[in-house]
Design a protein around this ligand. Sequence first.
Ligand SMILES: Nc1ncnc2c1ncn2[C@@H]1O[C@H](COP(=O)(O)OP(=O)(O)OP(=O)(O)O)[C@@H](O)[C@H]1O
Length: 418
Amino acid sequence: MKSRRRSSSLNGSMSSSSTYSPTPDRLPHSPNSSTYSSTTTTSLKSNSGRNPVRIVADAFVSCFTPPETKPSSSNFGDSDSFQAPSVASDGAREKKPSSSNNRGRSIYGSENNSTHRKKAGSIKFTMEDIYKATKNFSPSLKIGQGGFGIVYKGCLVDGTVVANIHDKHAGAEFKSEVRTLEKIEHLNLVKFYGFLEHGEERILVVEYVPNGTLREHLDSVNGNVLDFASRLDIGIDVGHAITYLHMYTDHPIIHRDIKSSNILLTENLRAKVADFGFARLAADIESGATHVSTQVKGTAGYLDPEYLSTYQLTEKSDVYSFGVLLVELVTGRRPIEPKKEIKERITARWAMKKFTSGDAILTLDPRLERSAANSLAMEKIYELALQCLAPHRHNRPTMRKCAEILWSIRKDYRELAG
Ligand SMILES: Nc1ncnc2c1ncn2[C@@H]1O[C@H](COP(=O)(O)OP(=O)(O)OP(=O)(O)O)[C@@H](O)[C@H]1O
């Protein structure tokens, strides 16, 4: 489902100018296996040489299905005007989640319970807690496997359903992920409950999100087609989540791995962004820095070409990945489609080319209705995607702007769709 290698051939990318019109010969080459030569790549999410780690996220969801949190109208779009992404009630820049603290009490009931210790705002679980929650990592509770490890459903002693992720991140990356997770709380981000680091075991305990990934829904694995309105809602949810990371935390956070398989869906098809294994703090603007220089990490097909060629990371790398995601939502296709003919293999390049030549409708997911409302919203989403995919970060909008634009697209969409 994903290549974990980057290729110098991606450096060309999606091209340019403030109104941005893609120049085909500067677009990424086809993603066939030869293009992704291991000799030209930085390993993106390789497990090699790493100690086995376990992440316990909120995925310990085996014992019951928790009631979904009722979305607030401000966050979930019942109002007609754009509002800043929702944040923890005690203030966006407040440090860590009261939820962890509360969770600590509610899960274990009494303060003299010795099975856990809070650390830096999150719960430090014991192996006993984790074994209990996952029934000794019962294969029947395994819900997925990613590049970093196995994910288990679990149930904490208070009945909270969680995802138990066995993480294979290196120790430093694991600590960095925990530090990031401890700082954030937003309805559209997977909640962090705690972690365990015990010898070579590393586990994150996070919120279990019961309805699979966006990618699975776009692939209709459950037999249903995700309708246009839901796709628009999901785009807005993700936009809010990333805006929150970029603007409303103590220090801006760059996710670095925005992609459809990292977007988890609730039963009401609301989105929660997961997987902070690659997240990084942005440059400290007050110190005059404009970017951080770092080894390239991310997933092929979503990677910002400017970051790939300069190793300079800014929030705009997430904006680029978000542009790829927007195209994915409209077309239903994966960012890289190796089995398609060459000119269609890089989905964003293909779609943007069709869009700029007036043929966007040919790229709309064939399972979606060709209604006036869908067609108009598709055009507007592509206009936004084109800006997000600009090769130079300075020409890309901020995430907040993206969320605002999507919000207004949805308002018009609802009026037209009736
Ligand atoms: N919090 C969660 N709640 C419910 N299911 C989850 C949760 N986290 C992960 N999963 C499931 O486990 C699978 C593996 O997730 P994981 O994040 O480890 O890998 P991935 O996103 O598929 O790949 P990568 O490691 O490249 O990001 C997901 O596809 C999803 O189905």
